[in-house]
Design a binder for this molecule. Structure first.
Ligand SMILES: [Zn+2]
Length: 251
C-alpha cells in the first residue's frame, strides 16, 4: 500500500507492475489511454495482475471515480513500444492515465460527462506536481500510431484544453477542396509533411513516400487534433491544422 499522490484519488489499488524511472528525475509527459475492454472491473484487475505486465498510474471509471495503481515517482508500464520527439522510453518519462471505455474493438462510445470531469480534475492535479508542458499531454495513439487508437477520436481534447490541459487549436473545417496527399504519393510535398509531423514529435521517417507508417501517423494526428474525420489522408484541413498547432507550440 502507498499514500495516494492526489486528493482526487478515492482508492489505492496497488499494481505490482512498475519499476525505477530510467534517466529522468521527473516525468515530463502525460499519456492518456482508454482501457479497450468491455468490462471496467476486468480492465482494472488486468492492470493489477502481475502476469499481464501492464499498469498505469491512474484509472478513471465511467462514473468518474479515480483509482491510483502506481505512485507517480515510479515507472508504470502503459506505453509499450513507442516513440515521441526522438525518445523511446516513454514509460520512464510519463504519467499514464487509463480511462474506462470499451474502445474501437468493442463498443466505442462517448466518454460520459462525469468521467471527463474527473479526467480533467486529475490531469490538472498531476500538472500542479509535474513539470509537463502542454504539447507533451498526448494520446497513446500519438506515441504508437501503428499499434494504438486510444483514447480515440471521441475523447474530448477540446474540453481538456478549455480547462488548461494540453495543446489545442480549433481544427480547420473539412472542405473537400484542393489536392490531398495519400497512400502511394511521392515527392517533396510528402517530404515536407513528414518533416512537419516529425518536428511536432511523431515518430515519422522522412522518406518522401506516403507509405503505411505515414498514413498511420496522419490518422493518429487526426484522431487527436482533427477528430471529425480520421482517414489517414492529408487533406487541406489536416495540413492547416498541423501548421497552426506547430505555430501555437512555438509561441
Ligand atoms: Zn493505451
Amino acid at each position: 500500500m502507498f499514500a495516494p499522490d492526489s486528493r482526487i484519488v478515492e482508492r489505492v489499488v496497488p499494481s505490482p507492475n512498475h519499476g525505477e524511472r530510467r534517466g529522468v528525475a521527473r516525468p515530463d509527459m502525460l499519456l492518456l489511454h482508454y482501457t479497450g475492454m468491455p468490462d471496467t472491473g476486468v480492465a482494472l484487475e488486468k492492470l493489477c495482475d502481475k502476469a499481464s505486465g501492464v499498469s498505469a498510474h491512474y484509472f478513471v471509471s465511467e462514473d468518474g471515480s479515480v483509482v491510483q495503481l502506481v505512485p507517480e515517482t515510479r515507472r508504470a508500464w502503459h506505453a509499450g513500444e513507442a516513440s515521441w520527439a526522438g525518445e523511446t522510453d516513454i514509460n520512464s518519462r510519463s504519467i499514464g492515465i487509463e480511462i474506462a471505455n470499451p474502445g474501437h474493438g468493442w463498443d466505442y462510445r462517448d466518454f460520459p460527462n462525469v468521467q471527463t470531469e474527473a479526467v480533467i480534475a486529475l490531469c490538472r492535479d498531476v500538472l500542479t506536481r509535474q513539470p509537463i508542458l502542454p504539447h507533451r499531454v498526448l494520446a497513446h495513439s500519438d506515441v504508437a500510431p501503428a499499434r494504438k487508437q486510444d483514447p480515440g477520436e471521441k475523447f474530448p481534447w477540446d474540453r481538456l484544453a478549455a480547462a488548461g490541459i494540453g495543446l489545442w487549436v480549433e481544427p480547420e473545417p473539412i472542405a473537400d477542396d484542393g489536392p490531398v496527399l495519400t497512400m502511394g504519393d511521392h515527392g517533396p510535398k510528402v517530404d515536407e509533411l513528414q518533416a512537419r509531423l516529425a518536428d511536432f514529435g511523431y515518430g515519422t521517417d522522412v522518406t518522401g513516400a506516403y507509405d503505411a507508417p505515414t498514413r498511420d501517423v496522419v490518422a493518429a494526428f487526426q484522431r487527436h487534433f482533427r477528430p471529425a474525420r480520421v482517414d489517414g489522408i492529408a487533406d487541406r484541413s489536416t495540413l492547416k491544422t498541423l501548421a497552426r498547432l506547430s505555430a501555437a507550440r512555438a509561441r
